[in-house]
Design a protein around this ligand. Structure first.
Ligand SMILES: *Cc1c(COP(=O)(O)O)cnc(C)c1O
Length: 227
């Protein structure tokens, strides 16, 4: 049995410079998260608001928390006071609620637009073909004054399959879209720099395809216990 520290070291050695590792700590205890923190991790991802909120106060204040799971509008208010990024923005209504709560808190919140590229019906995200128009609309809204949302990039999940070519093609699709936005509607936004893709099973493929942020849970924290 390896430890969190050992698994972390193993993965860190393989991650190129410029790729941020977010350790996904959902379903793991505060004690386990503290172990990863003590090994130097500062970026953690959680996918459920209630669980995240219950952990935050028990852990160091310099942790950067990333909300990576689908988010209901009525729960944004609970995380707005402290969350670093919301990676699962996939509707105008959710975007506007984040803006409203960021304004209330008078703090910036980084947002990624989640894009649907997988071949599974269960995966959330904005349809691929709608993403550019969506960004154009958000930028227009931001231009009208004082947005506290920093639109930093895209998040996506590949199909859960052993077929590496399927996974690679989906990541490549995301990268192409990211690049198009970077050269197009987001060209003058210097912080538009984040392509969040890659999990325990597929992060090295994602990095090969241009990921700048990987979200790794099981491969570092160990299996999740859902009890
Ligand atoms: C759970 C989760 C991860 C991490 O999954 P692992 O397979 O445990 O690495 C990454 N991204 C999202 C959106 C998740 O929900």
């Amino acid at each position: 049995m390896s430890t969190i520290q050992e698994r972390l070291d193993h993965i860190r050695r393989q991650i190129p410079d410029g790729v941020t590792l977010v350790v996904v700590s959902k379903y793991h205890s505060v004690e386990e998260i503290q172990q990863a923190y003590d090994a130097g991790v500062r970026d953690f991802g959680e996918n459920r608001v209630q669980e995240l909120v219950s952990k935050v106060d028990q852990l160091p204040k310099d942790i950067r928390w990333h909300l990576i799971g689908s988010l209901q509008r009525n729960k944004v208010k609970y995380i707005a006071p402290f969350v670093t990024s919301i990676q699962s923005v996939d509707s105008l209504a959710l975007y506007q609620e984040v803006e409203r709560r960021a304004t209330q808190q008078n703090r910036e919140i980084d947002c990624l637009i989640e894009v649907f590229v997988a071949q599974e019906e269960t995966k959330s995200g904005l349809p691929y073909d709608e993403v550019e128009a969506f960004f154009a609309m958000l930028r227009e809204m931001q231009a009208q004054g004082g947005s506290l949302i920093r639109l930093r990039g895209l998040m996506g999940m590949a199909t859960h399959t052993d077929c590496r070519e399927t996974v690679r093609a989906e990541f490549a699709k995301l990268r192409t879209l990211f690049q198009r936005l970077k050269e197009g509607v987001m060209h003058d936004v210097e912080y538009f720099d984040t392509l969040s893709m890659g999990m325990s099973e597929d992060w090295s493929l994602a990095v090969e395809e241009g990921s700048t942020m990987i979200r790794v849970g099981t491969a570092i924290m160990g299996p999740r216990s859902y009890t």
